[in-house]
Design a protein around this ligand. Sequence first.
Ligand SMILES: [Zn+2]
Length: 312
Amino acid sequence: MRILISAFLLLLSPFVLAKEIPDYPAKKIAPHTYMIEGPLGLPNAKNKGFMNNPVFVVTKTGVVVIDPGTSVYTGRMVLRQIRKVTKNPVTHVLDTHIHGDHWLGNQAFSEAYPKAILMAHPKMIAQANAGEAKQWLSLMSQLTKGATDGTKAVVPDKAIDNQHQFKTGGITFKILAPKKAHSGTDIMIHIVEDKVLVLGDNVLHKRIGRMDDATFRGNINACDVAINSGAKVFVPGHGPSGDVHIVKKYRTYLSTIFESVKVYIDEGLNDYEMKAKIHEKLEPFIRWSGYKDQLGKHISLAMLEAEKAMFE
Ligand SMILES: [Zn+2]
């Protein structure tokens, strides 16, 4: 019998191992705050869906995790990195927004720490429960060719909105949630004593974001809120962390498109003519991951928003 079981486990192990995410090192970016920088690009079979920036904060009494990634396997990888730094239990998990690459890793933490409090924007919770959680699970499975399969969507149940604040283990967490930014469900988290701001996908660095659920004006405003937050270290949703310049740079990308589109609409240009002119203004971004795929779409979305704004 034992031989049979071993043989069965041996057969099974390549499938289990195939889904494991290898360790990515956690980098200390402030006295209590660590970030695991995910690879750039979209979820695929090679990265097994891991491409965001999980963050954890080691307090005196516990650990606060932000955006534990795309799958239960990413979540477990994050937990392994936490274990290298502290034995403290995970007390809170915060999800920056509805997009599944940021929060489907929750499961790893609710399994290991059933008492952990899972928090997100009220609209994130509502949309996830209304069916988007399931949609994200199947999209991730499709994009990664099944590498995220086995993941369950564990939706947060504690709603936190703009200006919400809590203190745990001597560290203060302050929520900034400007409306209609990247997804309409976004929170940014200010880790006050560490002067760190976790931006979610309101800001990306070296990668161009999706604007499908965003507004340009809302997202530009979110950049301004971040710039004025008083933080010194900024963690984008994807790409390396940095100082306030990474926020200003992404703001430049968004405002260059939106402001140019407004001018060119007045001049009567069509979207194809605009694309060539706007491309010339975006030289600092042309090597960013996703630039070529997104530019045309971003111009169309900016045109729709600018035209709609004329009637407001
Ligand atoms: Zn997103």
